[in-house]
Design a protein around this ligand. Structure first.
Ligand code: FES
Length: 101
């Protein structure tokens, strides 16, 4: 799987996220503590974009109907969503972020 450099104007702070279009995929990259996670940017319930939604602990909360997803593995922790978000590997190399699709 190829790696893609994520160009950021400013580094992500803890709890921040950014959405990027990579090879036609809408990807949400989040920083939680010292770790970075990348998931599909669309709720699996009704395809609501998650990039403006809140992060609570290790979860992102879809405000449209209330589903929550663990950002570490994409799995729903609260309905109505039942399918996980796609997840993508993230690496930090010399201070630069890379995502593999
Ligand atoms: S679109 Fe996210 S919970 Fe319905």
């Amino acid at each position: 799987m190829p790696w893609y450099h994520i160009a950021l104007s400013t580094p992500l702070e803890v709890g921040q996220k950014t959405a990027k279009e990579i090879e036609g995929k809408d990807v949400l990259i989040c920083r939680l503590n010292e770790d970075y996670y990348a998931v599909a940017n669309r709720c699996t319930h009704a395809a609501w974009r998650l990039s403006e939604e809140s992060i609570a602990g290790m979860e992102i909360v879809c405000s449209l109907h209330g589903a929550r997803f663990d950002l570490r593995d994409g799995c729903p922790t609260s309905g109505p969503a039942t399918k996980p978000l796609a997840t993508y590997p993230v690496e930090l190399r010399n201070g630069e972020l890379y995502v593999s699709l």
